[in-house]
Design a protein around this ligand. Structure first.
Ligand code: NAP
Ligand code: 8YV
Length: 323
């Protein structure tokens, strides 16, 4: 391998297709986690790029004096201190669009599983209970007649909305900025949105601005027939408040793909019959993860080729070389 190739650090677990391409197209350095103490001074100074699906802190960025790009595996980049990277002229890229349809498909599946209890019905069959006890009980909840409120009508939120329209579900939304390209009713506050709908779908980015935004008050506004679906980031939901609302049946049910402290899921949630739980799999098909992996490595290649990343995050868009 030529020593002229840019040196790319792979800290911690990474998608195998990212690893394969980085090892082929760059000089790869792997370490167990994003901890500068795991590298000697010479290695720290050789690193020019990072490809990661883990936390990249300001401290770690500062420990890499010749770093110019962090390519994040995932559209959500709340684990990367992008503001700090930008202040040091380090590019950060993410993987938008290529996963939107997959995540939206999974969200619809999670919603229907939550309402119609399909995983529980299948477990009932597999346990032999259909033959021994009779038909599975009728489900109190249904998608029919529901009104969905989408908290975060961005790329994925729009893909969810398009699918829900085909199911004849009415759609409302809350974002900070009203969109001019859709006719769905916009609500200026999350409380107003929750009060107007019976199905709240959360797909905003994580981070300080959305931390625990879905709290007990929002769940009470959603109401007793209310269903919460969360596919954005676990940090956006006040998990303790959610568990209490589900236990007390102040909302009817919840379907979750993301959690505050992954991969740890509170036992109280696992024990709840009205929670439908997935292990952060919304984008997790081989084809979609490969598309994300290709975008990670294509961003690195474009950056080292022409200093023009393909999908810079907004904080870093100004770092791209002008065409
Ligand atoms: P996006 O296109 O940037 O959309 C984000 C939406 O959220 C926008 O409509 C934005 O509108 C709104 N928003 C952002 N901050 C807000 C705030 N503080 N209050 C209200 N609305 C806010 O992002 P995307 O591609 O749809 O992805 C969304 C998120 O989904 C990602 O960041 C990631 O965390 C998560 N995700 C999860 C999985 C999974 O496996 N479960 C997979 C992919 C993505 P305004 O800017 O107008 O507010
Ligand atoms: C991945 C995601 O599960 O893109 C995101 O923001 O949450 C998911 O697609 C994640 O990036 C894998 O680490």
């Amino acid at each position: 391998m030529s020593s002229a190739r840019p040196v790319i650090l792979l800290p911690g677990r990474i998608n195998p297709h990212v690893r394969e391409r980085v090892e082929t197209e760059f000089e790869a350095v792997s370490i167990a986690s994003a901890d500068a103490a795991l590298m000697d001074a010479q290695t720290l100074s050789r690193v020019q790029g990072v490809a990661a699906m883990t936390t990249i802190s300001a401290e770690f960025i500062d420990a890499l004096p010749n770093l110019t790009i962090i390519a994040n595996f995932g559209v959500g980049y709340d684990a990367v201190d992008a503001a700090h990277a930008a202040s040091r002229s380090v590019m950060v890229t993410n993987t938008p669009d290529v996963l939107s349809d997959e995540v939206a498909d999974t969200t619809i599946g999670l919603l229907i599983n939550t309402l119609r209890e399909l995983p529980r019905a299948e477990a009932y069959l597999r346990a032999g209970r259909w033959a021994s006890e009779g038909t599975y009980p009728l489900t109190p909840l249904t998608l029919r007649g529901r009104t969905a409120g989408i908290f975060g009508l961005g790329r994925i939120g729009l893909a969810i909305a398009r699918r829900l329209q085909a199911f004849d579900v009415a759609i409302h939304y809350h974002t900070r900025n009203k969109r001019s390209d859709v006719d769905y009713p916009w609500h200026e506050t999350l409380t107003d949105l929750a009060a107007a709908v019976d199905t709240l779908i959360v797909v905003v980015p994580g981070g300080a601005a959305t931390d625990k935004a879905v709290n007990g008050g929002i769940l009470d506004a959603l109401g007793r027939e209310g269903v919460l679906i969360s596919v954005g980031r676990g940090s956006t939901i006040d998990e303790e408040a959610l568990i209490k609302a589900l236990e007390e049946r102040r909302i009817a049910a919840a379907g979750l793909d993301v959690y505050a402290h992954e991969p740890h899921v509170p036992q109280a949630l696992i024990d709840l019959p009205n929670a439908c739980l997935l292990p952060h799999v919304a984008s997790a098909s081989v084809s979609t993860r490969n598309a994300m992996a290709n975008l990670v490595v294509d961003n690195l290649a474009a950056w080292f080729d022409s200093r023009a990343a393909i999908t810079p995050v907004p904080e870093c868009a100004g770092l791209n070389a002008k065409a």
